[in-house]
Design a protein around this ligand. Structure first.
Ligand code: NDP
Length: 263
């Protein structure tokens, strides 16, 4: 199916690693021009060069931006405005999870987590809103977690924040209806930078990567017996961004290898 994304301008926050980078690649393969952001300037430049070599320097914009800072999000939007003068799709992907129980989460950590989860949506949406409003096929896709619906006791703070974000997205789907579609992907465990860091920090350093991932999948009761790949999420993100699925809004698509236990 032709997704109708050729010539569109797509923004991917947190586009320098994992799911964001895989999504940027798939959008570029589909013919869209892509603007990515991240906080680490050196990694941003490395990724920009890789994508520019593969897809053409004129089709990629990379901007340093911490999505939890309003001024950064505004500057990113201004850079896109100057670059292409439009934005059709915003993928709010930047972020990470926090492992903690209620007992181990300090007030400061609660505030940090709520700040990251909410404002990584609010600031980019506000900054890109005028350009999205001007598009004839505007879509926002949020990358969220299954924890929003199925909280885990060792991720209390993150799970709670993610549930709130799903509520926010539902409200926005209604408020923006007919102008901007708002959908989300809710993820199980996906092999990415986050899990790479946890693998590096594993207790038993003699354990191979494959063995560590297999044990993780088993301990999480993932029916597929493996973690998902960033590309498998990226394909779903491009699908939800496509003007061809113009009647889908307020939806959340689970990508988890079948790990959810609710109906
Ligand atoms: P990665 O660590 O591989 O990538 C995270 C990306 O986000 C990087 O580009 C990082 O760049 C960027 N980023 C992080 N914080 C900020 C910030 N404040 N401002 C701008 N950019 C930021 O992780 P994933 O690909 O796994 O994660 C992508 C999203 O998916 C996250 O929101 C994560 O919470 C969510 N998710 C992932 C799951 C998984 O199992 N992998 C499960 C459920 C949800 P930099 O550090 O340079 O800023």
């Amino acid at each position: 199916m032709d997704l109708g994304l050729a010539g569109r301008v797509v923004i991917v926050t947190g586009g320098t690693s994992g799911i964001g980078l895989a999504s940027a690649r798939v959008f570029l393969e589909e013919g869209a021009d892509v603007a990515i952001c991240g906080r680490d300037a050196a990694r941003l430049e490395r990724v920009r060069m890789d994508l520019a070599i593969e897809f053409g320097v004129e089709r990629v914009l990379a901007a340093r931006c911490d999505v939890t800072k309003a001024a950064d999000a505004d500057a990113f939007a201004q850079a896109v405005q100057a670059w292409r003068g439009r934005a059709d799709v915003l993928v709010n992907n930047a972020g990470q999870g926090r492992m903690s129980t209620f007992a181990t989460t300090t007030d400061e950590q609660w505030r940090e987590e709520l700040d990251l989860k909410y404002f990584s949506q609010i600031y980019p949406i506000r900054a890109f809103l005028p350009m999205l409003e001007a598009s004839d096929a505007a879509a926002i896709v949020a990358v969220n977690s299954l924890l929003a619906y199925q909280p885990e006791p060792y991720m209390v703070c993150t799970s709670s924040a993610r549930a709130g974000v799903q509520s926010l997205l539902k409200s926005l789907a209604t408020e923006f209806a007919g102008r901007i579609r708002v959908n989300s992907v809710v993820l199980g465990l996906i092999e990415s930078g986050q899990w790479e860091r946890r693998f590096e920090a594993r207790d038993d350093k003699s354990q191979s990567r494959d063995a560590w991932i297999a044990a993780l999948a088993k301990s999480k009761h993932i029916p597929f017996g493996r973690l998902g790949k960033p590309e498998e999420v990226a394909r779903a993100v491009t699908f939800l961004s496509s003007p061809k699925v113009a009647y889908i809004t307020g939806a959340s698509l689970e990508i988890s290898g079948g790990v959810s236990r609710y109906i």
